[in-house]
Design a binder for this molecule. Structure first.
Ligand code: MIC
Ligand code: SF4
Length: 754
C-alpha cells in the first residue's frame, strides 16, 4: 500500500470532489460551505439524502489514516483480531507520545528508545505486516509530521488522536477518532460520522503586534467553551484568514479539539500554496490551484453566512488582544492586560515555575522565529529567562531547520533546554523531582490542554496557555502578572526596558526546510514472511480477547461505581503520564480506571464505596471484585463527560472491568462513539436534573433493552436504599447498526462475525 500522498491520489480526490459537489449542490438546492463540499466529495454513496447536522449519520471514504504510538497499539491489536491482510488505505504510525522529557533531547531519546523498544518493535513489525508507513521515534509529533508530508487541501483523514484536526490548517477535513474507527476503516469499511453542524467564524482585519494565531483560538474557546463545538465543524472564512500563515491556521484548527469540535477548517489560499511548495509538494500545490473552486466555499456563503451556518462568530483581528487561558480548562480566558487582576482576585500563584514552548500546537518555523525574536531582545540587554524554559520542536524537520537558522541558539542563549521532538511534557512524560508532592505552582505553556494533572501528573499545578511569544515574554518576566505590553524588564546594566512585539517572522525558511533522512520506514512490498512481534509474557502488550456478547437480559439493580462530579475528561478516566507505557495491555492498564475522577458521593479522587464490604477503595479494585462476582455496574457522569482525548482506553478499561452503561448529563463526541463501539450503553439524562436524584447506595435498572430502538428513550429505575424508586427516562443517539454493536458485545465483534 502506497504511503505517500501522491499526485495520483490527490487528482482522484479532486475529480470526485468536483463531481459530487455539483450533485450535492443540486440535491440541497443552494450554495455549499467548504465543509459540505469536502464532505460530499467523500460520501460513500451519493443519493438524494439531504443530511441534517447533528441528527443524521453519514458514511464517508477517508483518504488516509494516521496513528500514534499509544493509541496505535490498540488499533493494531484490534486490526489483528479482524483477521485481514493489509490496510486498505494509506496509513502511517508515528512514535511520539512514549518519549520522555527529563534532561534534554538526545539523552531522553536514548532512555525512551530502550525503555519502549518492545512497543516500537511491535508497531514497526505490525506496520510492515499490514502495509503501513512507520515514522520512527525522533521523527516528530504525529500532527506536525502529517502537516509536513501528508495533509492536502480538500482531503479527508481520520487519526487516532484528538488533535488530528491540525491538518485543517492545510484545508483538510481531519478528524480525531477512537482506535476501532481506524481499524475498521483500514479494513475497508466506510467510516461513519454523525453529520456535523456548521459553525462559521468570520475573520476580518489583520493580525499585528503581539497578537498571534493562538489568540484567535483562545478567543474562540472563550466564546464557545469546551463543549460549544460538539458535533460541529468550525469553518473559518473572511479576509482575515489570509493574514494567517498555513502553520498558524494549523494551530487554530489543532485547538478546535478543545471546544469539542469534530474538526476545524480553512479555505485554500496562497499561504497554503507556499507551505506546500516549501515542503516539497509543488505538484500538490499545482493540483490545488487547478481545483481551487472545490477548495473554498461558494461565494454566496461569505456574503450571507447566517444563511449557511448554524452559528456565526466574528472576530476582528486588528483589535484582538493576546489572551491567556487557564488554569485547568482551556476556555477560562482573559486578555493579557486582565491577567494581573485575576492573579490577585483568584489567588493564583504568581511566580511561574516553568515555561514550556512547542508541542504539536505551536512549533512551526514561524512560531520558533517569533519566540526567538523576543529571546534576542533579552540577550541584547544581557538577561535570561528567570525560570526554566523547555522547548519541544514538533518534528526533526523543524528541529534541524531552527538549528541551522539560529532560532535554537537564540532560545538557548536565554537558557532554554531543547527536548526531544515528541509529546514529552504535553502528555505527562515529564518528571519534576524539585516539587514537593502537593505544592501549588504555576506553569505556562504554548500547548493545547491544561486539565489537572495533565503535564506533570500533579493536580495542584496551575497550567496557563498562551502564544509562543507571550510564553517567552512570561519566562523573562518570571511572573504570571507580568504584562509585556506595558511592564518593564531590568537589563543587566540596571536600566529599564520594554519588550517590542516580535518581528514579522517568515512562515517558511528562505533556504527551505532541512529534510532529515532515515526517520521513515516504508512497508515491504511483500509481507508474507513478516511476523508481528508480541512476547506472550509481556507486561506491556496483550493480545485482545473479544468482549462477551450481551446476554439479552436487562441490567437490573446494578451498583454505581462513581458519580463523577464536574469535569471528567479522558485524562480523569484513563490518565496518561506513566500509564502510557501500558496502553497495549488492557488488563494492566485497567488499574488506572477513573483514577482522576472526583466522586460526588465522598469528594474523593479515584475512590468509591465497594458495596461488597462497604470499604472505600480505588475504582479499579472495586471493579475487579465486582467482575469476579459477575456483577455489572454503571458510571454516572456530569456535563461533557469524556471530553479531551480520543483514547478509546477510557471506554475499554471500564468495559473490560464490567461497566454496563455510562449515564451522563452530556457526552463528548469521540468518547460517546468509543463507548458505543466497545459495547457500553452510552446514555444521557433526558432531564439533566435527574443527576441529582442519584445517591451512593442506589441501584440502577435499565429496562426493556430488547426493544431498544433509534429515537426511543430507555427506561431507568433508580432504587434508593430506603425502598423508594424513581423512574426516569434516558436518551441515546444509537442508530440501528450501532445497536447491533451493543448486542454483539462490541463493534469489533460485528466486524469479526462478518
Ligand atoms: C492528548 O493530547 O490527550 C493525546 C495524548 O494526544 C490523546 C491521545 C491519547 O491519549 O493517546 C488525544 O488527544 O487523543
Ligand atoms: Fe502530543 Fe500533546 Fe499534541 Fe497530544 S496534544 S499529540 S500529547 S503534543
Amino acid at each position: 500500500m502506497e504511503t505517500d500522498t501522491t499526485s495520483e491520489l490527490v487528482s482522484n480526490v479532486y475529480l470526485k470532489l468536483k463531481e459530487n459537489i455539483v450533485k450535492y449542490r443540486n440535491i440541497v438546492g443552494r450554495p455549499l460551505t467548504l465543509t459540505e463540499k469536502i464532505l460530499s466529495g467523500h460520501f460513500n454513496n451519493i443519493d438524494e439524502t439531504v443530511y441534517s447536522g447533528g441528527k443524521d449519520y453519514v458514511f464517508l471514504k477517508p483518504d488516509r489514516v494516521a496513528l500514534q504510538d499509544v493509541t496505535g497499539q490498540m488499533v493494531m491489536l484490534q486490526f489483528m483480531q479482524a483477521g485481514l491482510k493489509q490496510t486498505s488505505l494509506p496509513t502511517t504510525v508515528h512514535c511520539d507520545h512514549l518519549i520522555r522529557a527529563e534532561v534534554q533531547g538526545d539523552i531522553d531519546m536514548k532512555v525512551s528508545l530502550d525503555e519502549n523498544s518492545e512497543v516500537f518493535k511491535f508497531l514497526q513489525s505490525a506496520c510492515a505486516k499490514y502495509g503501513c508507513g512507520f515514522w520512527k521515534p525522533g521523527a516528530g509529533i504525529i500532527h506536525q509530521v502529517v502537516l509536513e508530508n501528508y495533509a492536502f487541501p480538500g482531503g479527508l483523514m481520520i487519526g487516532t488522536d484528538s488533535h488530528t484536526p491540525n491538518a485543517g490548517g492545510l484545508g483538510m477535513i481531519a478528524i480525531g477518532v477512537g482506535g476501532l474507527d481506524a481499524a475498521e476503516t483500514m479494513a475497508g469499511m466506510p467510516w461513519e460520522l454523525l453529520y456535523p453542524k456548521r459553525i462559521g467564524v468570520k475573520l476580518t482585519g489583520e493580525l499585528n503586534g503581539w497578537t498571534a494565531p493562538k489568540d484567535i483560538i483562545l478567543k474562540v474557546a472563550d466564546e464557545l467553551t469546551v463543549s460549544g463545538g460538539t458535533n460541529a465543524i468550525v469553518e473559518y472564512f473572511g479576509p482575515g484568514t489570509k493574514s494567517i500563515s498555513c502553520t498558524g491556521k494549523a494551530t487554530i484548527t489543532n485547538m478546535g479539539a478543545e471546544i469539542g469540535a469534530t474538526c476545524s477548517l480553512f479555505p485554500y489560499d496562497e499561504r497554503m500554496e507556499t507551505y506546500l511548495k516549501y515542503t516539497n509538494r509543488e505538484n500538490i500545490a499545482e493540483l490545488a490551484n487547478q481545483n481551487k473552486e472545490s477548495l473554498v466555499a461558494d461565494s454566496e456563503v461569505e456574503n450571507n453566512p447566517e444563511k449557511f451556518f448554524d452559528r456565526v462568530i466574528e472576530i476582528n483581528l486588528s483589535t484582538l488582544e493576546p489572551h491567556i487561558v487557564g488554569p485547568h480548562t482551556p476556555d477560562l480566558a482573559r486578555t493579557i492586560s486582565e491577567l494581573s487582576d485575576d492573579v490577585v482576585s483568584k489567588d493564583y500563584v504568581d511566580p511561574i515555575s516553568v515555561a514550556l514552548m512547542g508541542s504539536c500546537t505551536n512549533s512551526s518555523y514561524e512560531d520558533m522565529s517569533r519566540a526567538a525574536s523576543i529571546a534576542e531582545q533579552a540577550k541584547a540587554k544581557g538577561i535570561k529567562a528567570k525560570i526554566p524554559l523547555l522547548v519541544t520542536p514538533g518534528s526533526e524537520q523543524i528541529r534541524g531547520t531552527i538549528e541551522r537558522d539560529g532560532q535554537m541558539d537564540s532560545l538557548k542563549d536565554i537558557g532554554a533546554t531543547v527536548l526531544a521532538n515528541a509529546c514529552g511534557p504535553c502528555i505527562g512524560q515529564w518528571n519534576r523531582p524539585e516539587l514537593e508532592n502537593d505544592q501549588q505552582n504555576t506553569i505556562v505553556t504554548t500547548f493545547n490542554r491544561n486539565f489537572p494533572g495533565r503535564n506533570d501528573g500533579r493536580r495542584n499545578t496551575l497550567n496557563f496557555i498562551g502564544s509562543p511569544e507571550m510564553i517567552i515574554a512570561l519566562a523573562l518576566g518570571g511572573k504570571l502578572s507580568f504584562n509585556p505590553l506595558k511592564d518593564d524588564l531590568i537589563a543587566s546594566d540596571g536600566t529599564k526596558f520594554k519588550l517590542e512585539p516580535p518581528k514579522p517572522a517568515p512562515e517558511v525558511p528562505e533556504e527551505g526546510f532541512m529534510r532529515p533522512d532515515g526517520i521513515f520506514v516504508a512497508p515491504p512490498s511483500n509481507s508474507d514472511d513478516v511476523e508481528v512481534i508480541i512476547d506472550p509474557n509481556s507486561k506491556r502488550l496483550q493480545r485482545l480477547e473479544p468482549f462477551p456478547k450481551w446476554d439479552g437480559k436487562d441490567f437490573e439493580d446494578i451498583p454505581i461505581m462513581v458519580k463523577a462530579k464536574g469535569k471528567c475528561t479522558t485524562d480523569h478516566i484513563s490518565p496518561a503520564g506513566a500509564w502510557l507505557s501500558l496502553r497495549g495491555h488492557l488488563n494492566n492498564l485497567s488499574d488506572n480506571m477513573l483514577l482522576g475522577a472526583v466522586n460526588a458521593f465522598n469528594d474523593k479522587v479515584g475512590e468509591g464505596k465497594n458495596i461488597l464490604n462497604n470499604n472505600i477503595e480505588s475504582f479499579s479494585s472495586i471493579a475487579r471484585q465486582y467482575k469476579e462476582n459477575q456483577m455489572r455496574w454503571v458510571i454516572i457522569g456530569d456535563k461533557n463527560y469524556g471530553e479531551g482525548s480520543s483514547r478509546e482506553h477510557a471506554a475499554m478499561t471500564p468495559r473490560f472491568l464490567g461497566c454496563a452503561a455510562v449515564i451522563t448529563k452530556s457526552l463528548a463526541r469521540i468518547h460517546e462513539t468509543n463507548l458505543k463501539k466497545q459495547g457500553i450503553l452510552a446514555l444521557t439524562f433526558s432531564n439533566p436534573d435527574d443527576y441529582e436524584k442519584i445517591l451512593e447506595d442506589d441501584k440502577i435498572s435499565l429496562l426493556d433493552l430488547k426493544n431498544i430502538q433509534p429515537d426511543k428513550q430507555v427506561k431507568c429505575v433508580i432504587s434508593h436504599s430506603d425502598g423508594i424508586k424513581d423512574e426516569i427516562m434516558l436518551n441515546h443517539s444509537y442508530n440501528q447498526a450501532q445497536i447491533e454493536w451493543f448486542k454483539a458485545g462490541s463493534a469489533l465483534n460485528v466486524l469479526r462475525n462478518r
